[in-house]
Design a protein around this ligand. Structure first.
Ligand code: PLP
Length: 450
């Protein structure tokens, strides 16, 4: 018989555990406890199978930038599916949704980032980047330039390539990552790793690790540096102001391609269209996904400069995905960008809801469990600590974060925890009244943990 939302929750949970393997989940634990079943969503709220209305302060997985339930996107998807549900962009063919979306992204992207290579996700786009930067240098007669420098605790995706670019040790412990010629330097995480140093000196020192790595590996071996403008999945780590200008200087000096992974930061999350604009950097390549379609359809891509596109475009680049520029996903993304632009969602983040959230979020730092509260635009984190007067972590890392997340859930608020950092990334359309509710529930959860 058909499986529907009308079935009892326990039955759905049992079927789920029997057949569905979840990402980043202990599936034995899932079988024991049962997954929470989300049945529908509107605006910034989810509804679960037991009728609870839950505020989603994570916008799904940092992606539902325009909020849930926008019929315009459903209508565009249905129309496009009827007209042309699929065609590929291989072998000298194209279609209007891919053309229009690429042109729109080129208009929105800074500088001369005028060309888009589409993928189905952020992971796929970063896999494209690995091959693209190596092919770029080979085309320029420097095939030894193949090493890509990334950072510990970065997240760039879950495929073999993008998981290798990422610096998540728990991922590297399983399945044979990283692939060769990926080198990781330390992250600019002053709170956790800054010791006695002041934040700006620390930021500069961490940036200069890039220069050290280039000199150690050899200039003739390094192809690119990749980083998120603000590390997201690592715990919303806002770098000291000294960090990015120094990274830019080093990339310019040694002619290293700079890849900004904008999968989370892009499309308004930091209060500008792209995180690189907020951080004042000039990437040669940007990775995009998530907010590109507000998660309504799977799509990602690499946005590249005129120069990179010219080099890659001379001859065939033997790379691509069945769903590169998928017409339905592209049409949905285009409609999402229209809404973001016409409804002034980015100015709303920059000038209205962002500053309001910042004030309320940073005020959480007065709570006895909170060591620091950081936020850029609409991505924020708080560090839970056993002793407010010290930056020392809990003896058993991650337990406080886990408990706090459970208390948030019990109070109908989705926040994530990364170790003992609690993080938020709400839909960008969140109102100031909804921010008041978010903060009240977060504070209640913290009180219940204390
Ligand atoms: N890059 C960053 C910065 C991300 O945060 C993510 C996902 O969270 C990815 C890449 C991977 O994107 P996807 O999950 O769409 O493959």
């Amino acid at each position: 018989s058909a499986i529907t939302n009308h079935m009892p929750t326990a039955e759905l949970q049992a079927l789920d555990a029997a057949h569905h393997m979840h990402p980043f989940t202990a599936n034995d634990e899932l079988a024991e406890k049962g997954a929470r079943i989300i049945t529908r969503a509107r605006g910034v709220h989810l509804t679960d199978s037991e009728g609870n209305e839950i505020m989603d302060a994570m916008a799904g997985l940092w992606c539902v930038n325009i909020g849930y339930g926008r019929d315009e996107l459903a209508d565009v998807a249905a129309r496009q599916m009827r007209e042309l549900p699929y065609y590929n962009t291989f072998f000298m063919t194209t279609h209007v949704p891919a053309i229009a979306l690429a042109k729109k992204i080129a208009e929105l992207a800074p500088g001369d980032l005028n060309h888009v290579f589409f993928a189905g996700s952020g992971s796929e786009a970063n896999d494209t980047n690995i091959r693209m930067v190596r092919h770029y240098w080979a085309q320029k007669g420097k095939p030894t330039k193949s090493v890509i420098i990334s950072r510990h605790n970065a997240y760039h995706g879950s495929s073999v390539g993008s998981g290798s670019l990422g610096g998540m040790s728990a991922m590297h412990e399983q399945g044979g990552l990283p692939i060769p010629d990926i080198h990781h330097i330390d992250q600019p995480h002053w709170w956790a790793e800054g010791g006695d140093m002041d934040p700006e000196t620390f930021g500069l020192q961490r940036a200069q690790e890039l220069e050290k790595a280039i000199l150690e590996l050899g200039e003739d071996r390094v192809a690119a540096f990749i980083a998120e403008p603000v590390q997201g999945a690592g715990g919303v780590i806002v770098p000291p102001a000294s960090y990015w200008p120094e990274i830019q200087r080093i990339c310019d000096k040694y002619e290293i391609l700079l890849i900004a992974d904008e999968v989370i930061c892009g499309f308004g999350r930091t209060g500008e269209w792209f995180g690189c604009q907020t951080m004042g950097i000039r990437p040669d390549i940007m990775t995009i996904a998530k907010g590109l379609s507000s998660g309504y359809a799977p799509i990602g891509g690499s946005v590249v400069s005129d120069e990179v596109a010219a080099v890659i475009g001379s001859g065939e680049f033997n790379h691509g995905y069945t769903y590169s520029g998928h017409p339905v996903a592209a049409a949905v993304a285009l409609e999402n960008l229209r809404i973001l632009e016409e409804e002034g969602v980015i100015p709303h983040v920059r000038d209205v809801a962002g500053p309001y959230l910042k004030e309320k979020w940073e005020a959480l730092a007065d709570h006895p469990l909170v060591g620091e509260a950081r936020i850029v635009g609409m991505m924020g984190s708080i560090a839970l600590v056993p002793n407010k007067n010290s930056r020392a972590p809990f003896a058993e890392a991650g337990t406080a974060g886990f408990v706090c997340r459970e208390r948030c859930f019990a109070n109908n608020l989705v926040m994530r925890h990364v170790g003992d950092r609690m993080i938020i990334s709400p839909p960008l359309v969140i109102t100031t009244d909804e921010i008041d509710v978010l903060i009240a529930r977060a504070r209640l959860a913290l009180d219940e943990c204390y």
